[in-house]
Every structure is written in C-alpha cells, then in structure tokens.
Design a protein around this ligand. Structure first.
Ligand SMILES: CC(C)(COP(=O)(O)OP(=O)(O)OC[C@H]1O[C@@H](n2cnc3c(N)ncnc32)[C@H](O)[C@@H]1OP(=O)(O)O)[C@@H](O)C(=O)NCCC(=O)NCCS
Length: 288
C-alpha cells in the first residue's frame, strides 16, 4: 500500500463528500466546512492518498493569532477504518503544526467517540476543558418564570474586560463558539461578533456570560448559544433568558453549550427533563 499525505485539492472534494455522506447518520457538518478550508489561507487541509485514492481528510487551522493549530474534520473512509490511517494523518498534522511554529495544538471531540480520544492521547494531548451540549425544541408547554432582570446585551468591546474581571467564569480562558474553542482575546471576540450577540448578568445571585447566534442548519435555523455561570441560579435564569430570546426571534430549536459541571442542574428545570439530544465535549491540548 502506497500512502501519501498531501494538501487537499478541489478535485478531491467529490470523493470526500461521498465518503462522509453517512457519517453521524448523515449529519456530518464537513460538507459545509470543506470549501471554506480551501479558500481560507489560515487553513491547511490535508488528504491521505492511498494507492491513488483519497482515504482520509483533516484540517489544521491557524487560530488565536498564530498561537494555536486547531485540528478538525478528521475523517477516514468507512471501508478503511481501524487500519491506522487516522494515526498517520494526526501525526502529519502535528508535524505541520511544529513546522508552522504554533505554540500548541488543540482539538475538540465528543466523549462518546473513543477513537479521536485515543488519537489525541497518542500524540501527547491532554484534556483541558469539558463541555456539555444539549439540543431542545421548545413547545407550547414550556412555562418558566425564573427571570433575572440583570441580564443585558453588551457591546463586543466590553466582553474581554468582563472576562478579565470574572476569570473564574472562564478558568481556561477558552471560549466555546459552536464547535470551536477560541482563546479569549479581542481578535477572536471580533470574529464571534460577526454573527453573535453577547450578554452578561451581574446580581447578588452571581454572574453570567453568554453569547448566541442564529445558526442555519439543514433542518432550519436554530439559536446556538454558549453559557457560563457562577452558580446554578444564574445558569437557570440565563437559560430561561435564551429560551425567551429564541422565541422572540421565532427560533424553535435551541443548541446550548455550557461547562459540563452545570449539567447536573438540568433536573431543576421541568422542560429540560426531556431533551432531544445531548453530548459531552472534551477540549484537548498539547503544548509544542
Ligand atoms: C475517528 C476516525 C477518524 C478513526 O479513524 P481510523 O483510521 O479508524 O483510526 P486508527 O485506525 O488510526 O485508530 C486510532 C486509534 O483509535 C482506535 N479506534 C479506531 N476506531 C475505533 C472504534 N470504532 N472504537 C474504538 N477505538 C477505535 C484504534 O484502535 C486506535 O487505537 P490505539 O491507538 O490504541 O491503537 C474514523 O473512525 C472516522 O472517520 N470516524 C467518523 C468521523 C469521526 O468521528 N471523526 C473524528 C471527529 S473528532
């Protein structure tokens, strides 16, 4: 078997789309990312060519002002899995990351997916953060009155100051923005601002920080938000706030991302006892 790892080309895309069409029951977001990889100079997408056929793909993205090599989109052809191809790709991305002079590599993966975790650990990465994600479609039955009048929208220029003065809310300084983990700095907040709006809450109850945006999916638009809170009450009142916000903007589907430690409070909310879907995420890192 002759394997070559080389940059992705436009002509590889049809094979990759075919190869990934059944990943995660057909819900793979890779088809929406792959064209951006080719046009974004901060992306280094690679394919593994096995005897002249594309067998695997993955991308290394330059984020956090050149500090982080973000590893994403690793896929191996279903017929060629468990033969060590992902391991070859991962090792290659580490090599590229070192050549490019990144200070660290990072990736995010779901706890229910053992292979990426093994791959990350094999290259010396460690878990630095844990998040949970829940999907929920609200129905008419949702009645909830845990309002917090202190929740307010803030300008993106104020976000970093708030994070700096409340660093316990974001202890790893890592902002989860949909499937990305971005360092808390102004450049990244400016990137997020292109789509997201930011909110804070400060009261005797505690403090909260969140952002959300309208995310277009194959199944329609959803309100995708990330929520950090100093205690359960703030978590729940901010959840309520985002529920209302989504409803006011005619968005029926919610995707909520939050630090995993807040998950145990779902049980305090009647409408959260039944959830459409949920996963836990691990953020891995290795310093180079
Ligand atoms: C995850 C994926 C990329 C792994 O590719 P692969 O070529 O089969 O992986 P490898 O053969 O290099 O195996 C890497 C390690 O994972 C283990 N592994 C592979 N598939 C596994 C599975 N289904 N369950 C448990 N362990 C698995 C291997 O045993 C190996 O472990 P080791 O280091 O202890 O030897 C591939 O299964 C895939 O494309 N899955 C769908 C998309 C996906 O989940 N991508 C990752 C997103 S973060």
């Amino acid at each position: 078997m002759n394997t070559v790892i080389r940059p992705l080309q436009n002509s590889d895309i049809p094979t990759i789309l075919e190869m990934t069409k059944k990943t995660w029951g057909g819900h793979d977001h890779l088809p929406r990312m792959i064209y951006k990889w080719l046009s974004n100079p901060q992306c280094y997408p690679m394919v593994l060519d096995l005897d002249g056929e594309v067998a695997a793909v993955s991308n290394l993205k330059d984020i956090d002002n050149g500090k982080t090599g973000w590893m994403e989109g690793l896929r191996v052809h279903p017929k060629l899995q468990q033969k060590g191809l992902a391991k070859l790709m991962t090792n290659k991305l580490v090599e590229i990351a070192s050549e490019k002079g990144f200070k660290r590599i990072r990736l995010v993966t779901a706890t229910m997916n053992p292979a990426p975790q093994k791959l990350a650990r094999n290259i010396g990465m460690k878990v630095i953060d844990k998040y949970s994600i829940l999907w929920k479609r609200y129905g008419r039955g949702i009645k909830w009155i845990k309002d917090d009048k202190s929740i307010m929208e803030i300008d993106s220029s104020e976000v970093l100051g708030f994070i700096r003065s409340n660093s316990e809310l974001v202890p790893t300084n890592c902002l989860i923005y949909h499937w990305d983990a971005l360092e808390a700095n102004q450049e990244n907040i400016d990137i997020m601002r292109e789509k997201a709006v930011f909110f804070i809450s400060e009261s005797e109850q505690g403090k909260g920080l969140s952002w959300g945006f309208r995310n277009e999916t194959r199944h329609g638009p959803e309100w995708c938000f990330s929520l950090y809170a100093s205690n359960p009450e703030v978590f729940l009142s901010n959840l309520n706030f985002h529920l209302k916000y989504a409803r006011e903007h005619q968005l029926k589907d919610l995707l909520c991302i939050h630090p995993k430690k807040l998950k145990k409070y779902y049980d305090k909310v009647k409408w959260l006892k039944r959830r459409a879907h949920e996963i836990d995420l691990l953020v891995f890192e290795r310093l180079l």
